[in-house]
Design a protein around this ligand. Structure first.
Ligand SMILES: [Zn+2]
Length: 262
């Protein structure tokens, strides 16, 4: 078998397994539950899952989306995020090959997936995930400086300044929003998330991330307002979708400026 296809298949499978772990982290961390104990179980009847009930996506299909013991429905979110992680790992490999950039891409995407799971379920973006993710990215940036002989300023100081700049911009947005709407307009987690996005994508593209995320969230926010009579929407997943699109397409400011000035 062609090596590239073999690598792609392996990375996809690793992504499925990681995705299964991210489900556990995203669901348990905001509840202050250990991510190791207890072992995976049915949340309804506490039945401890056997190894063949823990195979990403496949178990869900073979169990018909139900607990084997009590027949309680298992959320479609689990296989969805497993499959999503597998696909995004594969796309990262196809874009970057086996490089440091690939490692940065999958670290970035992994953090975005975990916080999206938490934000959708609990409206919480866990600090722990952002802290661990930031530390991993900084280690990878240092490796990049060493391996590719980049200056410390360009390879490490600039990304951190970019993160701080993105954080500051969204902080101002929030202060302004709170003033206008006389209510909490954005969560603190969203602002901290912008530091992480700025660190990896750069200052300009983190601003583009906010625009794309708002563009996707606005129509859904209106639907939610009409259906549920509230416009509380977790913004983290929209920022995550926008940031992932930018990471995997390599969209940059020059491309956008060229598009609008042609
Ligand atoms: Zn059960």
């Amino acid at each position: 078998m062609n090596l590239e296809i073999f690598n792609g298949v392996m990375i996809f499978i690793v992504g499925l397994i990681f995705g299964s772990f991210y489900n556990v982290v995203g669901y348990r961390l905001p509840n202050n539950m250990s991510i190791v104990f207890p072992a995976s179980h049915c949340t309804n009847c506490k039945h401890k899952l056997k190894f063949y009930e823990l195979i990403p996506v496949i178990s869900y299909i073979f169990l018909g989306g139900k607990c084997k013991v009590c027949k309680e429905r298992i959320s479609i979110f689990y296989p969805f995020f497993e499959l999503l992680t597998g696909i995004l790992f594969l796309l990262s490999y196809l874009k970057f090959g086996l490089t440091l950039e690939f490692l940065i891409a999958i670290t970035f995407i992994s953090v975005l997936i975990i916080i999206s799971i938490s934000d959708v379920k609990y409206f919480i973006i866990p600090d722990e995930v952002l802290i661990v993710g930031t530390l991993l990215i900084i280690v990878e940036l240092i490796a990049n400086v060493v391996v590719n002989n980049i200056s410390v300023f360009n390879g490490l100081v600039m990304p951190i300044l970019n993160g701080l700049g993105a954080f500051a911009i969204l902080y101002l947005f929030k202060a302004l929003g709170d003033l206008i709407f006389k209510t909490e307009s954005l969560g603190g987690g969203d602002i901290k998330l912008l530091f992480f996005i700025g660190l990896v994508l750069g200052f300009d593209m983190s601003i583009v991330t906010i625009f794309i995320a708002s563009f996707i969230a606005l129509p859904l926010s209106i639907v939610s307002l009409i259906k549920n009579n509230n416009n509380i929407l977790p913004f983290g997943p929209y920022l995550s979708v926008a940031a992932t699109i930018i990471m995997l397409t390599g969209l940059n400011l020059n491309m956008i400026l060229n598009f609008f000035t042609k």
